[in-house]
Structure formats: C-alpha cells, structure tokens
Ligand binder design. Structure first.
Ligand code: ATP
Ligand code: MG
Length: 573
C-alpha cells in the first residue's frame, strides 16, 4: 500500500491560532527551522492528531487546543491512495471527525460511529508504526534498539506484512483448540451412541427371549387345552355312540314288535276266517247235508270228514288262541315301546347337545390352533428397533464427522506448523533479516560508525566492534547512538519501498540533529538521507533549531515565528 500525503491544514492547535496553517508536502529534504518553543514539533502533533485522534507527544488530548482561543481546533490531512483522494477532518471544541473520499463526505449510518480502526484501515498502518518509520523523534520515541523484543517484532512484522502470519498462527491456535474440542465432543457423542446401542441390543434380545418364552408357554398351554378338548370330544363321541346304539336298538325293537304284531294279526285273521269257514261247513254238516255235494250225510265218508273238520277247527282254534295270546304279549310289549320312544327322544336330545358340544370344542380347537402368543410385545420391539436404527444412523454420521474433524485437525495442525515461529515466518524472517542486516551495516559504514549490528530472526541483536567485541547499545555516546538509530531508520526506509507492505512519501525527523550528533555526523547523515530521498522521490522534513539552514541539500526551509503567542510558518525556498 502506498499513501501519498498531499497536505496538512490546521488551526488552534497548541501554539497555532485561528488562522489556517498549511503545509504542502514537497519532494526532497525540507527543513523546519525555528527557535525553541516556536511550534516545530507541534506540526507532528497536528499531523498525528488528524490521522490517529491523539497527540504525537505524551500530552493530554485536551491540552492540544490552543490555550488562548480555547476552541475551534481543526486538523485536516489530505492524502492519495491509488486513484482516490482522501481528507480526514478532525477537531476539538467542538468535536469533529469525518472523512471525505474524492471530495465527498463518506456517509455513515447512524448506528455506526466512525472508529479509528476504520481509518487505520484506510491509512494502512497504525500509530505505533507511524511513529517509528514516518515521524521519528528521539525525545518522544524510543530508538529501535531500545524497544522491547516484542515491540521490535511488532514493528517489523507490521512493516513487512508478517503480522498476518502471527495473526493466522493465533487464530489457528484457537481453531486448533476448538477443532480438537469439537472432535472430543463428537467422540463422546459416538461413545454415548454406542453405549446406548449396546443397551438397546440387550433390551431387544431380552424382549425376543420373553416373546419366545411366552410363545412356548402359550403353546404348551394351548396344546394342553386342545388335548383336553380332544379327549372330551372322544368321550362325548363314545357316549353319543352308546346313545345312538341305544336309540337304534329301541327303534328296531319298536319296528320288530310292529312287524310281529302285523304278522300275528294276519295269522289271526287267516285263522279266524278258516275257523269261520269250518264252522259254516260244520253247521251245514250239522244240518245233515254235505256242504260240497249237498247230499245227506249218512255215509262214513262224511262222518269222517266232519270229525276231521272238527279236529282241524280245534287245532286252528288252538293256533288262534296261541296267536291271540302272542298278540296280547306283543301289545304289552308295545306298551313298553312308549318307553323306548322316550328313550329314543332323550337319546336324540343328548346326541344333539353332545354334537353341538363336540362341534363347539372343535371350533375352540381350531381357534386355539390359530391363536399365537397372548402377550403382545411387538409394539415394544418395534420401538426398540426404531431406536436401534436411529442410533445406527447416528453412529454412521458421528463416525463420518470424526473422520472429517480429524482431517480438519490435520489441516489446522499443518497450517499451524507453517505459520508458527518455525514455519514460513521463520523462513521469511531469516531471508529478510539478512538483507536488513546488510543494509543497516552499509548505512553504519556510510555514517562512519565502526560497528556491526546483527539481528537474528527473533530480532535479538548483537553489536560488535572492530575487534569483534560485543558492545551494548547504551555504551555508545549520544552522537554514536543517533548514527546507529539513523542507520537502522534508513534501512527501514530503504526496504519500505521494495519489501514492505506499506510505503509513503513523507518522513519527519524531529530533534535528531539537535542531539549529540556532530557536524561530521550530520553531513554523513544528510548525504545518506538525501540519496535515499532522491531515489524514492520522498518529502523529508527535518525539524531542528540548529541545522545550518544554508545547506544546499535542503529543498525548502519552513521558518516558524511566534508573534503575540501564536506561531506562523513562512516558506523560504
Ligand atoms: N495548548 C497550548 N496553547 C498554546 N501554546 C501551547 C499549548 N501547548 C503548548 N504550547 C506552547 O507551544 C509552543 C511550541 O511548542 P513546540 O514543542 O512545538 O516547540 P518546538 O519548536 O518544537 O521547540 P523545541 O525546539 O524546543 O523542540 C511551546 O512554547 C509550548 O509552550
Ligand atoms: Mg520540538
């Protein structure tokens, strides 16, 4: 990202009054020159406040407002990013904060307040980095080598866009923990589901066993019942057969008596007729004439005939008497047949009832044979089976989830490894640090500092002297320290165009030249700085109360004067 600062306009900030002061950033080395307390460093506060909403120096925000006018403090910074022109407007008393893009104020929804992170995003670097590579001042800023290792890393990572790797590492670390927690949770889910499945399987086996036992029990009960019914039916059939036999005998008895009676009656009739005929014959004989020939019965033949007829009549009569006696006997027997008929009716009745009972039993047997287990556990079994199938589906999906989550963990582990200290960051840092060390040491050589500074990939450093001895940063004199600081700053500026994530056209250096550095050092520094600024076509502002204002290296001189308590800038080219 390249930010091209165009101008800064401010009023009523610190020693500046209500009249607008404008600084158009010009390429080359410019000098802001004035006596102590004129308002030189205040420009940095104005620029910093416009960009970040706070003073550059360690003073209270409210102290920025000019103490004489006490209001209407406004700072406006104009810059270009790509093809877009931006203007940030910020003020106090009243509070102001807005920005314009290509001259149009960016509308913000009522719910969203413009927050600094939005502006940091537009500017591209935060205030920490800005203080270290855009506006440097020894009094208000710690030199790079005096920063903590964490701050050194933060600065370099931000400048060279390596911070993203640390952010990824941090995010991935979180992801890693979450992914592993998720995996553990799913594994727990699986364990629970498998336990439940085991319980359900046991329950199903128990139900099946119960069903089987019940069936066996019911079947043996049923078989016994059927057996009893069959036995009863057999008994009933036997009894019925006896009754049938009895009825049959009774019926045949009746028929037999009737037939015998008929036969006897016929015989009686025949005998009666025969006897009557003999009687007629005999009466004719008694009258003395032959019934056949009509002759008077005088001969022996007719007498013999009469005797034989009498005899015949007597034997017929005897037979008749016998038959009549038999008939009487039979009539008596027939009287008994009434009893037989009753027996038959009773038998038939019993037979009907018995048959009904038998068929009733047969129906019962049929029904029993068709009947299955009496205890119905099918609903329960169905329920358990549906639980089982759901658990099986769950288990499959848990297993799939575990596979996926394992894959996810492996990916996260890999990314974590790549982005971690030992991964890509280490690799990039290693490469970068070599280049950085070379440039720093070249700068130190140009600035006539006879030491070597060597940073490792953790940005820890050693400074070695000509004889290879280690020297502490604070062992150096103020002027030497300034040269070393500048050597490092110039290295950052040098790299910022090519390797860094962010680059800009301005550079403010406050107080550096007013500190311990000697004229020889200043010359060397200006030379190095100038060649760099020229190559990069940057606007560099050196703030000093001491610099030789006639130096040819300077593109322009901004002189500040303080009149009636208010600072004003006058340009001298
Ligand atoms: N709120 C304020 N209103 C008016 N003047 C202020 C306010 N705060 C500070 N000042 C004064 O503004 C003046 C300018 O200060 P500044 O630090 O910009 O000076 P300088 O030119 O950088 O001086 P030096 O060379 O000593 O660093 C100082 O005299 C200071 O007392
Ligand atoms: Mg100052």
């Amino acid at each position: 990202m390249y930010i091209e600062f165009e101008k800064l306009i401010f009023r009523n900030i610190l020693s500046y009054g209500n009249n607008e002061t404008e600084i158009d950033f010009k390429p080359g080395i410019n000098i802001i020159f004035a006596k102590n307390g004129s308002g030189k460093s205040s420009i940095l506060d104005a620029l910093f406040f416009a960009l970040y909403g706070k003073p550059y120096r360690n003073i209270k925000l409210s102290s920025l407002v000019n103490s004489l006018n006490k209001k209407n403090m406004v700072c406006r910074v104009f810059f270009k990013k790509g093809d877009d022109h931006y203007e940030i407007i910020r003020g106090q008393k009243p509070d102001l904060l807005s920005y314009k893009k290509n001259g149009v104020e960016v509308a913000l929804t009522s719910t969203k307040k413009l927050i600094q992170t939005d502006l940091d995003q537009i500017i591209g670097i935060d205030s920490f980095l800005f203080k270290n590579i855009v506006a440097v001042a020894t009094t208000y800023n710690q030199p790079f080598l005096s920063l903590s290792n964490t701050d050194r890393n933060k600065l370099v990572e931000n400048l060279f866009n390596l911070a993203i790797l640390r952010k990824i590492e941090k995010a991935i670390k979180g992801e890693n923990i979450i992914a592993k927690q998720n995996l553990t949770l799913v594994m727990k889910d699986l364990e629970n589901a498998e336990n439940q499945l085991n319980l359900t399987n046991t329950s199903i086996a128990n139900i099946n066993q119960t069903i089987l036992t019940n069936q066996n029990k019911a079947e043996s009960l049923r078989d016994k019942e059927i057996g009893d019914l069959i036995e009863k039916n057999e008994k009933n059939t036997k009894i019925l057969n006896e009754f049938r036999e009895k009825s049959k005998i009774a019926t045949s008895n009746i028929i037999d008596v009737r037939s015998k009676k008929d036969t006897l009656q016929n015989e009686i009739n025949d005998l009666t007729v025969s006897i009557s005929k003999i009687d007629i014959y005999l009466s004719v004989l008694d009258k003395g004439s032959c019934p056949v020939c009509g002759n008077i019965l005088t001969d022996d033949k007719h007498i013999q005939d009469k005797d034989s007829k009498i005899e015949e009549r007597s034997s017929l009569l005897k037979l008749l008497n016998e038959d009549q006696s038999s008939l009487r006997d039979l009539n008596k027997i027939e009287e008994n047949n009434v009893k037989n008929e009753k027996i038959i009716a009773d038998c038939n009745n019993i037979i009907t009832i018995g048959e009904a009972k038998i068929s009733d039993n047969l129906a019962k047997i049929k029904k029993l044979r068709e009947t299955k287990s009496e205890i119905d556990l099918s609903e329960l079994l169905e329920k358990e089976n549906s639980i089982k199938s759901k658990l099986n589906t769950d288990i499959i999906s848990f297993k799939k989830e575990i596979t996926d989550k394992n894959k996810e963990c492996v990916i996260i582990d890999n990314v974590f490894r790549i982005t971690s200290e030992d991964g890509i960051r280490h690799f990039l840092f290693g490469k970068l640090i070599n280049v950085f060390n070379n440039i720093v040491n070249k700068n130190l050589h140009n600035l006539s500092v006879k030491v070597q500074v060597k940073f490792d990939s953790n940005l820890d450093y050693v400074i070695t002297g000509l004889r290879g001895e280690n020297i502490e940063y604070n062992q150096f004199s103020g002027g030497e320290r300034t040269r070393i600081d500048m050597g490092i700053l110039l290295a950052f500026l040098n790299l910022s165009g090519d390797l860094a994530n962010w680059n800009t056209n301005i550079l403010f250096i406050d107080e550096l030249f007013d500190s311990g550095i000697d004229n020889e050092g200043i010359d060397a520094l200006l030379k190095s700085l100038n060649s760099l600024i020229m190559i990069k076509n940057q606007s560099c502002y050196l703030i000093s109360h001491r610099l030789d204002t006639h130096n040819e290296t300077f593109k322009s001189i901004l002189k500040i004067e303080k009149n009636s308590g208010f600072s004003t800038i006058s340009n001298q080219n």
